[in-house]
Design a protein around this ligand. Structure first.
Ligand code: ASP
Length: 343
């Protein structure tokens, strides 16, 4: 049987063209995209496509869009062997993280890709990314099972676990990195899969979609000189439930009373505060320095080596499930979809 692939086009540079008046790139429609990749017809796969009514620049993505993408995957789950989501690069790592949580029990490939240059441009990276993404979505083991059974980002030379990825360059073709987890595959002359890194803990349960993402969350990114007023303003935002605290180095923050008191006070009001590092690479080790230890004592939860994209979408997901504060605190510290390494 020829593999059946559903391409879901959400927008992003890959399908954009230049507006002749403003010269700015704007989303165009999918027919244009297919016209520019005649090579797709050379693949021995059955490829169908789904286009959102209004393709968007991914900087406008929100949880409703994630829900819409999940629904298309859920509605077509039994009809296709794999899914390719075409998406802008700006928020691709957020969508990949969110989908990994929203699609519980996923057992088929969901490969997200896009490009830095529109597909109609001569030097585009979009054609290679798209074709490789389709090949990965169609790849099977000898026994017929899919090679990839998780949400992944394919960009340039790598296939990366979606909830471990971060956009690290605004202009390189090699735009994504997974700093705390090895690539799932190398995209070179061959596509070489890294069996040890690919997700293996499949559940027997059917795919379950979780649409409710609770957006009562915020980032609080520390910097030297941050004022008490700013911290207090953020922690007292109406309805706030969860905070991703982006700390220095191995999970450190200022060990001054006003700061620790502000954290304690917010935690006593039921807010969950998760410690992730501002460093692109490595994890928080909150007990390594006195400053980190004080935050742990104040009730801040370790986010281990979570990316900030995975941390904030995971908070949305856990609160969206209707979990209590203690359940969310526990859930943030264990791996649900391979998003973190706990010690
Ligand atoms: N602004 C674009 C987007 O994220 C950038 C891109 O696709 O690379 O939709």
């Amino acid at each position: 049987m020829r593999p059946r692939i559903l391409m879901i086009y959400t927008g992003g540079t890959i399908g954009m063209i230049e507006n002749p008046d403003t010269r700015a790139l704007e989303p165009f429609d999918f027919d244009h995209l297919l016209d520019n990749v005649p090579k797709l017809k050379m693949l021995d796969f059955d490829i169908d496509s789904y286009q959102f009514e209004k393709p968007i620049d991914s900087s406008a993505m929100n949880p409703e869009h994630w829900g819409a993408i999940s629904k298309v995957i859920g509605d077509n789950y039994d009809r296709y062997d794999g899914f390719v989501v075409l998406h802008g690069t700006d928020t691709m790592a957020y969508t990949a993280s969110a989908l990994s949580f929203m699609l519980e029990g996923l057992d088929k490939p969901v490969i997200i890709t896009g490009s830095q240059l529109p597909i109609g441009e001569v030097r585009t990276d979009g054609e290679e990314n798209l074709i490789a993404a389709i090949q990965v979505a169609a790849a099977r083991n000898r026994d017929g099972s899919p090679k990839v059974r998780e949400v992944a980002i394919l960009f340039q030379n790598y296939l990366l676990r979606g909830n471990r990825s971060t956009k690290h360059s605004a202009d390189d073709f090699d735009a994504f990195k997974s700093n705390n987890y090895p690539p799932l595959a190398n995209i070179g002359l061959d596509i070489t899969y890294n069996r040890d890194a690919l997700r293996k803990d499949y559940s027997e349960k059917p795919l379950t979609l979780h649409y409710d993402m609770d957006t009562s969350v915020v980032y609080l990114e520390l910097f030297p000189g941050m004022t008490k007023e700013t911290v207090s303003h953020i922690l007292n935002a109406p309805g706030l439930k969860g905070v991703v605290l982006k700390t220095f180095g191995a999970g450190n923050g200022p060990n001054v009373d006003w700061f620790l008191d502000a954290l304690k006070e917010a935690i006593s009001r039921g807010i969950v505060i998760v410690n992730v590092t501002q460093c692109p690479n490595g994890k928080v080790m909150p007990e390594r320095y006195q400053t980190g230890l004080e935050m742990t004592r104040a009730g801040v939860v370790s986010g281990h080596d979570l990316t900030s994209e995975a941390a904030i979408t995971k908070l949305m997901y856990l609160f969206g499930l209707g979990m209590s504060r203690d359940q969310v605190r526990r859930g943030m510290q264990v791996s649900l979809r391979g998003e973190l390494t706990s010690d």
